[in-house]
Ligand binder design. Sequence first.
Ligand SMILES: [Mn+2]
Length: 308
Amino acid sequence: MRAKLDYLPVEQSFLAPVGADAANPAFARAVVIPFGLEASVSYGSGTAAGPTAILAASHQVEFYDEELECEPVRRYGIATLREPAIARPIEKALAQLEGVVEAVLEAGKFPLTLGGEHALTPAPVRALARRHKDLIVLQLDAHADLRDGYQGEPFSHAAAMRRVLDNPDVSLISAGIRAISTEEMAFYQSNRHRITIHWAKDQARWDIAEMVAPLRGRPVYLTFDIDALDASAMPATGTPTPGGLTYWQALAIVRQAAQAGNVVGADLVELAPIQGLHACDYTAAAIAYKVLSYALARAPNERGHAEP
Ligand SMILES: [Mn+2]
């Protein structure tokens, strides 16, 4: 089921690069898909408002990226879809999102879904796994999300990666994990050939080059659960968890992953905006822009010049 792509006008789009061609769907290589799924939240709520908050905050983000030494959005372009009315129950919402992602891929563009709950991730992964046999999912998250369902819902956010692994050829690399159940540990132990976890407790000893080595030359789907960040940096999420990543630490993983592998799609999920806490919305918007730029604009090389 392929959807028709309904784009927002430039002034409402991600970053709102008014006066440039950068948000023109004919030019843009990236498509932002707002999808505020909120159906299985188990603790704090509010993810339905995530995409709207990220789009609004993105209008405060500088186009210029001091790390990439350019205005990346002008190189690759970002068009933004209008958020659809989200179907219920979750399985129908997933079919709906899969249709949208399918249409974005069909148009030859890069899909970045803004959640919404982590429960949405199996939809874009299904669409990409059909195209890429050896897809690796890179998950930044506090929670393993490997339960085989939660509170009676097989498609719960707490089961997101378990449902991703229903695709038999997909494997998973997770970083930042610091909340996992006994049931999930057992599943992890019996699926070590498909799952690698880099625990948050070990972060002082992480070697990111080693972490991303299995991605070399492979198609990669990045799923960035905003609660991978430490709860002090990101309280605006359903299940904030201490002991997490810093902003730059998380971005270093994404940057090196994009250099090693070929990032073919991504999502940023679980922002649950808190009134007055603009920093969290802005952090999510800044991360979304970084993810696109690492995936679609080349970093400066050793000589300090950006490659085309
Ligand atoms: Mn998650």
